[in-house]
Design a protein around this ligand. Structure first.
Ligand SMILES: [Zn+2]
Ligand SMILES: [Zn+2]
Length: 86
């Protein structure tokens, strides 16, 4: 629907609202901000990505496999001492 102006109150919580805030150089309101923090579509390359593949019965992809390996390695490499207390 082109040409129909959207009332200011109604654009919040839409991509138009964010646009509007940006043009006014002000931070997004809560409704508009909520549209911004969408869940990332792809978790690949992270440990949760591995879990997601498993849950879906998929083969764990390469970036996820690498992330898991790296995390495991970091875990093993971590010294058993607690923090930097001398
Ligand atoms: Zn807004
Ligand atoms: Zn993956």
């Amino acid at each position: 629907m082109k040409g129909v102006p959207i009332p200011a109150a109604e654009r919040h919580g839409t991509k138009y609202g964010r646009d509007w805030h940006r043009r006014r150089k002000e931070p997004d309101c809560a409704a508009c901000y909520a549209t911004r923090v969408r869940k990332p579509r792809s978790l690949c390359g992270t440990e949760p990505g591995v879990k997601r593949h498993r849950r879906r019965g998929e083969t764990v992809c390469r970036p996820c496999q690498d992330a898991k390996n790296a995390a495991n390695r970091a875990r093993y490499a971590r010294p058993k001492t607690d923090g930097a207390t001398p």
